[in-house]
Design a protein around this ligand. Structure first.
Ligand code: SF4
Length: 296
């Protein structure tokens, strides 16, 4: 849909020699195939969030997508584009300021600057930016797979391996190689996580704003007992941040507020804050508890 690329080109952050229009490629399916639900890379965000298969089987994905951007942007933006969108770090968008992601080797303006929106997990000395997507937070929680094609070769990778941490190469947001194209994503065709879901997004405005923190929570329950929990956060790392230790803690536990509080404590262990984003630790804990309470 070009919704992020146009922003970046207007500001001179991206200056492509050429742009290839792929909008007529046959990648707009939302359908069941063998044991998976297949979603094409060119499906608009609005269409996906309203589709019957998604609202019935994967309401977490629908909730997360509706929390993103504005209705106009969701009509234009695609699944593949949502995955490929770049950070909203203001230093990245201002070509007068240093930014290792935009111009490697120039330094990170945010590290010593205004870093209220920035990462508390997985940051490096090179970059402390966060990934801005809501959709991707739900997809990592739901164990999606990404289908990628290069020439005649198709490879499938776990969604959690698509985006990367900045390390010493912050210019790379993800593991897509030159010459590769995202065909789409696949979700396991199951109803396990169709009943107990919540997506909490804490932001400065109620619409058209990126998350300070967001939490995707999905529970598979047997009465009061949690058979399996899925938890992921947005707004806290360079990639959608799966909370595996908290998920493991919740397995076979009672669905109680006390257990949710303990899970939130576990989830936020190891958080490293910067000058202006220390509030994200408490905000994150509270958002996790709220998301689990709503889902449970
Ligand atoms: Fe650039 Fe990353 Fe630093 Fe932001 S946090 S200024 S994107 S290097």
């Amino acid at each position: 849909g070009g919704t992020n690329l146009m922003d970046l080109m207007k500001r001179g952050v991206e200056t492509p020699d050429a742009i290839i229009d792929i909008t007529r490629l046959p990648l707009r399916q939302i359908e069941k195939r063998k044991n998976v639900v297949s979603i094409g890379a060119l499906v608009p965000n609005s269409e996906l969030s309203e589709h019957k298969i998604i609202t019935e089987q994967f309401p977490l994905l629908s909730l997360a997508m509706k929390a993103g951007a504005s209705p106009q942007l969701r009509n234009m933006a695609t699944v593949g584009g949502n995955m490929m969108q770049r950070t909203r770090c203001p230093y990245f968008y201002d070509t007068a300021l240093p930014c290792n992601k935009r111009t490697p080797g120039t330094g990170c303006g945010a590290a010593e600057g205004y870093n209220r929106m920035h990462a508390i997990f997985g940051a490096s000395d090179s970059c402390i930016a966060v990934h801005p997507s809501d959709m991707c937070v739900a997809l990592v929680a739901l164990d999606a797979t990404v289908q990628i094609q290069s020439g005649k070769t198709i490879r499938n990778i776990p969604f959690a391996e698509f985006h990367r941490l900045p390390g010493d190469k912050p210019e790379l947001d993800n593991t897509l190689q030159a010459g590769e194209i995202i065909l789409g994503i696949e979700l396991p065709d199951s109803n396990r996580f169709s009943s107990h879901n919540s997506y909490i997004k804490v932001r400065d405005r109620n619409s058209y704003a990126f998350a300070l923190v967001s939490v995707a929570a999905s529970l598979e329950k047997n009465g009061d007992i949690i058979k399996e929990a899925r938890l992921a956060m947005g707004g806290v790392a360079h990639k959608p941040w799966r909370l595996t230790a908290a998920e493991n803690f919740l397995k076979n536990k009672k669905a109680t507020e006390a257990n949710y509080i303990q899970a939130a404590e576990i989830a936020m262990q190891g958080a490293k804050t910067f000058q202006h984003n220390g509030f994200k630790v408490k905000l994150g804990k509270n958002a996790i508890v709220e998301a689990l309470m709503k889902a449970g």
